[in-house]
Design a protein around this ligand. Structure first.
Ligand SMILES: [Zn+2]
Length: 151
């Protein structure tokens, strides 16, 4: 999974996980593994809490202090690639899926197009997963602020 720090809805996280399990067939979900960026707020934290609550296993991919020092703002993007590579490597023995819990970018300093695009780290991880041929499902929270005015 990937997701925005501004993400708040635990219900949509549970729903997305349950939908994934149903689409695989509940009887084939024997040892589900959550791959998470391990951010302490937002979607990562909510997803890990839900997963832990079910007693399932988590593979955390936190950005290390050393990686922050060496790569600065690019450190999370490198981490995203490591997560995607890890998941892609499981494909011959497991069903894999990337779920993006995507809030809208509200950075005042951001001039990316279109306005209202998803937060950058989440968008980056979803596009890296797509490039790796992994199925991606984007989940949006209707309670989060919608498109920001373009002007
Ligand atoms: Zn932006």
């Amino acid at each position: 999974m990937t997701g925005s720090r501004a993400w708040r809805s635990e219900r949509l996280v549970r729903d997305a996980f349950n939908d994934a399990f149903r689409s695989w067939g509940l009887e084939s979900v024997t040892r589900p593994l959550l791959v998470s960026g391990h951010c302490r707020d937002g979607a990562d934290a909510i997803a890990e809490r839900v997963w832990n609550g079910a007693g399932f296993e988590i593979e955390p991919f936190a950005v290390s202090p050393d990686s922050w020092r060496r790569h600065g703002r690019r450190a999370p993007l490198r981490r995203n690639q490591a997560m995607v590579d890890f998941v892609a490597a499981q494909r011959d023995r497991a069903e894999v899926l990337c779920i993006g819990f995507a809030a809208r970018c509200t950075l005042e300093t951001c001039h990316r197009i279109p306005p209202g695009h998803v937060t950058h780290g989440t968008g980056d991880c979803m596009s890296k997963a797509l490039q790796a041929g992994i199925e991606v499902r984007e989940v949006n929270d209707p309670q989060l602020p919608p498109l920001r005015s373009a002007s």
